[in-house]
Design a protein around this ligand. Structure first.
Ligand code: GUN
Length: 281
């Protein structure tokens, strides 16, 4: 069994991005990322601080915009409009979740698709689906990079993705389909998960349910990617997979923490660099 070390790989990606940032700076372009945080959700605050720190380390200009929980939708739309026009900003990220009085779809679609480093705009989602060049959501992109790095071929493989979110499951299903994997996208209404997981060569779990994937649900030699980050009552951070027991049957598995999590931020930096490069032409 091999551990897929996302922490180490994320450091490699960050280093690559940093080197390219130095090159592009010589051409007079300083990649810039704006992160908008509305409200005071503790987890979101931590994520935004980590994103800022990673930008600074990579030489990327970072601008944090904070708004109170009761800020109007008009205010965030005005800010996005300004950032869309700001030549120093190449990437715009609105940290989710947004307060319930805001319409997430309206807010995300207001971002210039060329600055949409989360890849959530309909134009980028559509281009991803078509297999065209686009900005791709960071977590799925990080997962594909892990598979590539460990030379895990997906072509012709049976891949079971559990969790059909817009952030992870759906874009991941498109990426894998574009690479000619046979993808089953399971979700909360799936009648019998084991029917699909037992047959899968690769299982990717992104549900936010601790211990969802158990030993008796997988076949020998399976490859497991765990996207979950769950804090238990005792403070321990665990994924969506019963790591201790499932890992015994795996050929490869990601740990939590230190698997997919660190890759998400690394790919955000890569997307910001890509957006800055796109602004050149
Ligand atoms: N909240 C949880 N994951 C994400 C993400 O990938 N992007 C944004 N913008 N918000 C999130």
């Amino acid at each position: 069994m091999t551990i897929l070390d996302g922490k180490e790989l994320s450091q490699k990606v960050k280093k690559e991005v940093k080197q390219e940032v130095e090159q592009i700076k010589k051409k007079g372009i300083i990649p810039g990322l704006a992160v908008i945080l509305v409200g005071s959700d503790p987890a979101s605050k931590i994520y935004v601080t980590s994103k800022e720190k990673a930008c600074i380390e990579a030489g990327i200009y970072s601008e944090k915009v904070t708004m109170n929980e009761d800020a109007t939708q008009e205010r965030i739309l005005n800010k996005i409009d300004k950032l869309n026009k700001d030549e120093n900003i190449h990437g715009i990220l609105v940290q989710l979740p947004l307060p319930s009085h805001m319409d997430k779809n309206v807010v995300l679609q207001a971002i210039n698709p060329k600055k949409d480093v989360d890849g959530f705009h309909a134009l980028n989602v559509g281009n991803l689906c078509l297999g065209n060049n686009s900005l791709i959501p960071c977590t799925p992109l990080g997962i594909m990079r892990i598979l590539e790095e460990y030379e895990i071929e997906v072509e012709g493989k049976d891949v079971c993705v559990i969790g059909a979110s817009n952030i992870v499951g759906k874009p991941l299903a498109s990426l894998l389909t574009n690479k000619e994997a046979t993808v089953t996208l399971c979700h909360i209404k799936t009648k019998d998960l084991t029917v699909y997981t037992k047959n899968a060569d690769i299982i990717i779990v992104a549900t936010g349910v601790p211990n969802l994937l158990k030993e008796d649900m997988v076949k020998d030699g399976v490859i497991v990617i765990d996207v979950g980050i769950n804090r238990l009552e005792n403070g321990k951070i665990v994924g969506d997979v019963d790591f201790e027991n499932v890992s015994k049957k795996c050929s490869y598995i990601t740990p939590v923490p230190g698997g997919v999590g660190p890759m998400t931020i690394a790919m955000l930096l890569q997307n910001t660099l890509q957006a800055a490069k796109m602004s050149e032409v």
